[in-house]
Write a protein that binds this ligand. Structure first.
Ligand SMILES: [Zn+2]
Ligand SMILES: [Zn+2]
Length: 350
């Protein structure tokens, strides 16, 4: 039986933390569950899950659906699309069986690339390599989560660039059903020896095709829509992330139609140590002024009431009732007060 390889390449950058990554986790589990009960899919479809942030990694190697166990998704720093693509090409080179005189190889692999961010690195050479070696021999579907992706770049990879409106749980459910249906229809059509690639019908409210004619290329290496701060718990030493989402406020001089940008707390989330392995450690620190941030969380690891204390070393940790706090990054002991005025805080790339 010829295999139909399906690859998921999923952005796990910091801005995905919280609800988006939970939805992706559940969505993947539902896709697999549905495919396991589909006679065509179970015969032909093989699935692999790759993730990328500052680094890329395989979390599920290419395997039959029957053996597939839904993974937990880690989170990393940065959105290195070039490392994600590079890793995908490596996996395709290593796993896809080519047709020869002796054997019938795999069907054209189908790749679903899900991303919500602006790439934080230079993608030109990876895109070049993709176009040269893989564009024709695969079917790549790029899905942008929300409005905030760098679309012009993604349209270079494939003609299938879709926008997913990820604003509610129902839409996530509908989206993953659409992915499942697309895999099912494709597995049926390879069985009938036709094209082997058929996306299911789109519901425009949930997922829509992107207008490829609008092109502009911002050269930004930081995601402007979120601010994510990386911190460590003073008590447990475990890392956590605080996520802020951009809001526009009318300024006091709103007669002039002025708006100011601020970032409002979206939540604080524990991550495990794989966060450091999946982050790009070489990147420069970006700064955000504390006056642009609205809200501070409690520590999601130990419950300390203030999760956003800054040590003289520049790193962030939680503080509680204690008189003297010890920085979990540099071990400096210090007494903390509440500072007046704004100060600069290191942010991640998002
Ligand atoms: Zn803590
Ligand atoms: Zn410190």
């Amino acid at each position: 039986m010829r295999r139909l390889p399906i690859y998921f390449l999923i952005d796990i950058s910091e801005s995905m933390i919280g609800e988006p990554i939970q939805h992706v986790e559940e969505g993947m589990a539902n896709i697999i569950k549905a495919l396991k009960s589909d006679p065509y899919a179970i015969e032909t479809v093989w699935v692999s899950v790759l993730v990328f942030a500052g680094q890329a990694r395989t979390i599920v190697p290419l395997q039959e659906i029957a053996d597939f166990y839904p993974p937990r998704f880690p989170i990393g720093g940065g959105t290195s699309l070039s490392k994600g693509l590079g890793h995908l090409m490596y996996e395709l080179r290593s796993n896809v069986i080519k047709t020869t005189h002796e054997q019938k190889g795999d069907w054209k692999p189908i790749i679903f690339l899900l991303t919500d961010g602006v790439p934080t690195d230079d993608t030109r050479s990876a895109i070049q390599e993709w176009k040269q070696n893989w564009q024709k021999s695969t079917n790549l579907v790029v899905i942008s989560f929300g409005q905030e992706t760098d679309l012009s770049l993604l349209t270079e990879l494939t003609e299938h660039v879709l926008m997913f409106n990820n604003s509610s749980t129902e839409q996530y459910t509908a989206f993953f059903k659409w992915v499942t249906d697309s895999i099912k229809t494709s597995s049926v059509s390879v069985d009938n020896s036709t094209s082997g690639f058929e996306l299911a019908k789109l519901d425009d409210q949930v997922i829509s095709k992107i207008d490829l004619s609008k092109k502009d290329s911002p050269q930004e290496y930081i995601d402007p829509n979120f601010v994510v701060l990386a911190a460590k718990c003073q008590n447990t030493k475990r890392p956590y992330l605080m996520k802020y989402r951009k809001v526009l406020n009318d300024s006091p001089f709103s007669d002039l139609g002025l708006q100011t940008v601020a970032y409002k707390l979206n939540g604080a989330f524990q991550v495990d140590n794989s966060y450091y392995e999946l982050s790009d450690q070489s990147v420069n620190a970006f700064k955000i002024n504390s006056e642009e941030l609205i809200g501070a969380p409690t520590c999601p690891s130990c419950g300390n009431q203030y999760g956003l204390a800054i040590c003289s070393c520049g790193k962030i940790h939680c503080i509680g009732e204690e008189e003297y706090s010890t920085c979990p990054w540099c071990n400096t002991k210090a007494q903390y007060g509440t500072g007046g005025g704004g100060f600069d805080i290191n942010r991640t790339q998002g």
